[in-house]
Design a protein around this ligand. Structure first.
Ligand SMILES: Nc1ncnc2c1ncn2[C@@H]1O[C@H](COP(=O)(O)OP(=O)(O)OP(=O)(O)O)[C@@H](O)[C@H]1O
Ligand SMILES: [Mg+2]
Length: 171
């Protein structure tokens, strides 16, 4: 499903539509180029999940994982640095982060650059691929949302339609 995100408000609306659907143990993987809006989306989702405004939601590029508390526990990870390591090393480092355990204990996982580690994270991910386009190309930012398992498919099919999301953003 492709959702156009011409403004930051549209991205915030998409995050706001996903937040109430999330349950403990859900996995959301954010992909897209540098600056595509993964952290922006993650922050909007955390706010919509009830993380207070005084708690900063920043890119955990160096610490790799931030644990946050909204209406459910959230583990926000950025695995960019792991992706540049060799596969074996990064799988080992990933298991040290304990993301799978956090997921099993009921945290929702929100993972930037998580694509290479989908299976290691336990699979069944809602993938949100964020696309940026050069401003002069006349094309817009967009999200392509897909599911890799039964639970994430429920999330995907429970989201409002792209037309609804687009229309509601104007208000
Ligand atoms: N429609 C939009 N949706 C999301 N972000 C937008 C949009 N329009 C402009 N932006 C801006 O784009 C930037 C996205 O940066 P962000 O840090 O979220 O990207 P990122 O994908 O996490 O990058 P990185 O891979 O470096 O971590 C922000 O400064 C945000 O304000
Ligand atoms: Mg980021």
């Amino acid at each position: 499903m492709k959702i156009e995100l011409p403004t930051r408000r549209h991205t915030t609306r998409l995050a706001g539509a996903l937040a109430p659907l999330l349950k403990p143990g859900d996995l959301v993987v954010l992909t897209g180029d540098l600056g595509a809006g993964k952290t922006f989306f993650a922050r909007a989702l955390c706010r919509a999940l009830g993380v207070p405004h005084e708690v900063p939601v920043t890119s955990p590029t160096f610490t790799l994982v931030h644990q946050l508390e909204g209406r459910l526990p959230i583990a926000h990870a950025d695995l960019y640095r792991l992706g540049s390591d060799t596969a074996d090393a990064s799988e080992g480092e990933l298991s040290q982060l304990g993301l799978r355990e956090l997921r099993a204990e009921g945290s929702a996982l929100l993972v930037e650059w998580g694509e290479p580690f989908l299976e290691a994270l336990g699979g069944d991910a809602l993938r949100i691929h964020l696309i940026t386009c050069p401003p002069d190309a006349g094309a817009q930012r967009a999200a392509v949302v897909s599911a890799t398992g039964p639970r994430s498919l429920v999330l995907l099919t429970s989201l409002p339609s792209p037309a609804t999301l687009r229309a509601s953003s104007g208000r």
